[in-house]
Design a protein around this ligand. Structure first.
Ligand SMILES: Cc1cc2nc3c(=O)[nH]c(=O)nc-3n(C[C@H](O)[C@H](O)[C@H](O)COP(=O)(O)OP(=O)(O)OC[C@H]3O[C@@H](n4cnc5c(N)ncnc54)[C@H](O)[C@@H]3O)c2cc1C
Length: 409
């Protein structure tokens, strides 16, 4: 098929673009897919540490925060069960781990392989290694796309599925929001999300590599903004781990707005009353020094950091600790403070928060409200979800919604 015969040009051969292409190709439309990288679906291959957590058993739109209303309307148009049925119809068998949906093979390549098959038919022209550099409504109706090769494409409809700004090594450097911004769509501020946080604390260098179960409270301007529990990993720059990723969605924006952002880390989340626990432990280990008092509870490097934070000498004898010292120690254990200074940036982020304003897109069709024949899907929109399959699911659901609308045009 020649690109000039396309019914639709899909910009971006990622999750949203491939899902839409598969649906349109099966319906017999002529499609051209423009993908900048030498292969489609590279981010799908990297997703979920190569296992691709493609969805979640609990697709609650509320997980998408301020985009919840928009997402719930997308899910009305293409319910989560329909996305699952779509993958089943492609032949994908899935398995669940704590609600997270993966391919049964636990290999991301299975997801990409089943998506790619309908995209490799005669009615699809896959242009890999091709960058879209401009997009404009054509005078004769329809859309013109200019490629970096100098070539021009034309079709009655365009689906823009160019992704966000996160993980530029996987092809996404913000081109989608740039192209749509130039066209006249409003773009909300962009922040890295699902990313490690940079923190300021003298203990971090020595804690590098320490992993502990913890409950994290994100404090913005002194008020608790969000809480997450999970495995915390200390690094020389700050902290990482799924619980940190989840909180980063709120932290990046607040830091950009020059607000004071702190993490208060509860290092013994399974103990409801740390003061009472400490009193009992001191009573049982009266002759111990403070360092031994914590031995068997925390890794030694973390114990040292906790004692320093509490202003407590490692040699001080447990039973001689006065009330103030005990309270300081309990606080260092249950609310170890880290000032958050930034994120590890788009280079390390899994997702982009912010994007094309949702006010300008119809969630029932993914059509632009500003330009006829233009559809938008996936991460380039101002909708991001937490870890757990929510971002891929939104990409697939919005891509399939756009495909249905393009078919009924
Ligand atoms: C390391 C990593 C792991 C992740 N793991 C998970 C997970 O397990 N579960 C989950 O739900 N989400 C995960 N995500 C997030 C998820 O992968 C994305 O939200 C999702 O892929 C977005 O889909 P999309 O189609 O909008 O964009 P993408 O999948 O990013 O696709 C966009 C495509 O457009 C192409 N492109 C960009 N600019 C141009 C241009 N100018 N011309 C032509 N082509 C262009 C890109 O090369 C890319 O292939 C992960 C992300 C990363 C980085």
């Amino acid at each position: 098929m020649k690109p000039s015969q396309s019914d639709c040009i899909i910009l971006g051969g990622g999750a949203a673009g491939l899902a839409a292409c598969a649906a349109l190709s099966r319906a017999g439309l002529h499609i051209t897919v423009v993908e900048k990288l030498d292969r489609v679906g590279k981010k799908i291959m990297a997703a979920g540490n190569g296992r691709c957590n493609l969805s979640n058993a609990d697709m609650n739109p509320a997980c998408y925060g301020k985009a919840a209303t928009f997402v719930s309307r997308v899910f009305e148009a293409t319910p989560p069960d329909e996305v699952n049925a779509f993958f089943a119809s492609l032949g994908l068998m899935t398995a669940q781990e704590e609600g997270r949906i993966y391919p049964r093979t636990m290999m991301a390549s299975s997801v990409l392989d089943v998506l790619r098959r309908p995209c490799e038919q005669d009615n699809v022209h896959l242009m890999t290694g091709c960058e879209a550099v401009s997009l404009a409504p054509s005078r004769r109706g329809g859309w013109s796309v200019q490629l970096s090769t100098g070539e021009g494409l034309f079709a009655p409809t365009v689906l823009c599925a160019l992704g966000g700004s996160a993980a530029p090594h996987l092809g996404t450097d913000g081109a989608g929001t740039r192209l749509l911004g130039m066209l006249g769509h409003s773009i909300t501020p962009l922040y890295p999300a699902l990313v490690q946080l940079k923190c300021n604390h003298c203990a971090l260098r020595s804690l590098k590599g320490v992993r502990v179960p913890a409950r994290l409270t994100l404090e913005i301007d002194g008020a608790s903004a969000a809480q997450e529990t999970g495995e915390l990993l200390f690094a020389d720059y700050g902290v990482s781990g799924v619980c940190v990723f989840q909180l980063s969605r709120y932290a990046a924006k607040a830091i950009d707005e020059k607000r004071r952002v702190r993490l208060l880390i509860h290092l013994l989340p399974e103990i409801p009353d740390v003061s009472a626990w400490l009193d009992a432990r001191i009573a049982a280990m009266q002759e111990s020094d403070a360092l031994s008092l914590m031995t068997g509870v925390f890794p030694r490097l973390l114990t040292q950091a906790i004692l320093k934070q509490a202003g407590c000498s490692p040699e001080s004898i447990a039973m001689r600790m006065n009330r103030a010292a005990r309270l300081a120690l309990a606080e260092a254990i249950s609310a170890f403070p880290l000032d958050v200074t930034g994120t590890q940036g788009f280079k390390n982020a899994q997702v982009t928060a912010g994007g094309v304003s949702l006010d300008e897109v119809d969630p029932q069709t993914m059509a632009s409200k500003r330009f006829s024949g233009l559809y938008l899907a996936g991460e380039l929109l101002d909708a991001d979800g937490p870890c757990g399959g929510y971002n891929l699911h939104f990409a697939f659901a919005s891509g399939l919604t756009a495909a249905k609308a393009i078919l009924t045009r």
